[in-house]
Design a binder for this molecule. Sequence first.
Ligand SMILES: [Zn+2]
Length: 75
Amino acid sequence: MTDHADRTGDWMDDAERNDGKTCIICGHDKENGIVIVSEFICEECEAEMVRTDVRDARYPFFIHQMKRIWYQKDA
Ligand SMILES: [Zn+2]
């Protein structure tokens, strides 16, 4: 075992214990939000998605991110 491997293990432990979650849409660590099929979406992105019209340019991006969740569910 090298020092590098030990540090990597410590980092993974910290990540699992972290109360904040990483939003699948914006990629930021947020404390408040919803979890869909074990994937986290922060409240800001959730609100953004609810507001976003299907004709909005960002809508395909949201759908693309959401599909990643649905595919994981089926796997
Ligand atoms: Zn977000």
